[in-house]
Design a protein around this ligand. Structure first.
Ligand code: ATP
Ligand code: LTN
Length: 343
């Protein structure tokens, strides 16, 4: 991807800006962890990082208000438990910064109905939620572009399923810049080499998704060791017994990728390690590797959830930092489109 980043802003330490987010729509899976959160932890050292909990996105599908409230704090605690440092990065709730919705409106005027109608995620979700194909569901990628473009973002670490949305954010930035003069930084996606698309444990043709009706298809970040072992044991595999990363072995390849991401080894090293080992033993060691990473995170998350005052303080400070930056960009955009300034 070519980069047109004349508008790129570096902070005082000369760092580029990184932005990402997850919806507080319920269970967070190891797919979300490997595809997104895990990479955020390392990248936050090198980038001026902003991590958002995207609750405006979450209500594009039906969600009980009480559940959304609970999910939000749980996701915040998970971010922190995984190692996001609020002193290093900005962590905030999307609804606390009204500029996200405001910029989305402006971007709507440069987004075409045709291109939104063609988005894969929209088509999938429309099929899945046929009784609730609301405008928000269709407008979801424009709001996501708004999230990203508000902060002069250079890098957006996401799983492979978000690539198309990133392309749209780039297109909208370029289209706005062409129409109104240079304003937005054109962002780049950061998609991990291993684990960009963790597949379902029950069907390696579809991605691991928290909204899968079959609980055995995913491992939740809060699953107990017993449950993790059971789910891996039940994971679908082929009848051949070699542990190799091959196109014709999608189930084993998926498990090897998970092992690589959690065990801190390359897929090649993992293949070597399991050369003369059967599926049963492999699955058991895989479970060990995942549990070893998840257990401390789960303990930390529990501890954080018992300190609501601290969590609220993190959100308050995050909102202040994000709001300041977002308002600056929004004012610039308002000026560019010809809105008379408030006196
Ligand atoms: P749903 O499956 O309900 O549509 P989701 O699991 O995709 O939701 P999001 O909040 O939309 O959850 O995604 C959060 C982040 O996790 C995104 O960066 C997304 O690309 C990544 N992600 C989601 N599923 C996977 C997966 N199976 N493998 C790798 N990354 C994933
Ligand atoms: N659509 C994203 C979540 C999301 C996001 C963002 C990710 C909303 N706004 C901005 C990166 C940057 C998803 O992962 N499903």
């Amino acid at each position: 991807m070519a980069t047109v980043n004349e508008n790129s802003e570096r902070d005082t330490a000369g760092k580029k800006v990184l932005f990402s987010g997850i919806q507080p729509s319920g269970i967070i899976t190891i797919g979300n962890y490997v595809g997104a959160i895990k990479n955020w932890i390392n990248l936050q050292l090198d980038y001026d990082s902003i991590f958002c909990i995207v609750n405006l996105h979450a209500i594009t599908v039906k969600l009980e208000p009480a559940a959304l409230r609970l999910n939000t704090l749980e996701l915040l605690a998970l971010y922190l438990a995984c190692g996001i440092d609020p002193n290093l990065s900005t962590v905030f709730l999307q609804s606390h910064v009204s500029a996200h919705a405001e910029l989305a409106w402006i971007l709507n005027t440069v987004a075409y109905v045709g291109e939104l109608n063609r988005m894969t995620q929209y088509k999938d979700k429309a099929k899945k939620h046929a009784d609730n194909i609301n405008m928000g569901l269709m407008d979801y990628p424009v709001l996501m572009a708004s999230d990203i473009l508000l902060y002069k973002t250079d890098l957006v670490p996401v799983g492979a399923d978000q690539k198309q949305h990133l392309e749209l954010a780039r297109d909208l930035a370029l289209r706005f810049n062409t129409r109104y003069s240079d304003t937005f930084v054109v962002p780049n996606a950061y998609i991990p080499k291993v684990g960009a698309k963790v597949m379902s444990l029950q069907d390696a043709k579809i991605k691991m998704s928290k909204s899968d009706e079959n609980e055995n298809a995913y491992i939740s970040m809060t699953d107990s060791p017993d449950v993790i072992r059971r789910k891996f044991k039940r994971a679908v595999t082929d009848s051949d017994s070699s542990i190799r990363f091959l196109k014709e072995k999608p189930e084993i390849s998926n498990l090897l990728s998970i092992y690589s991401a959690f065990g801190g080894v390359t897929v090649k090293e993992a293949e070597h390690e399991f050369e003369d080992i059967g599926y049963g033993e492999f699955k058991s060691r895989l479970a060990d590797a995942v549990i070893a990473v998840l257990e401390p995170i789960q303990n930390k998350q529990k501890q954080l959830l018992s300190d609501k005052a601290y969590l609220n303080q993190v959100l308050k400070e995050g909102a202040q930092k994000a709001n300041y930056r977002a308002q600056k960009m929004l004012s610039k955009v308002y000026r560019k489109v010809g809105f008379v300034q408030k006196s």
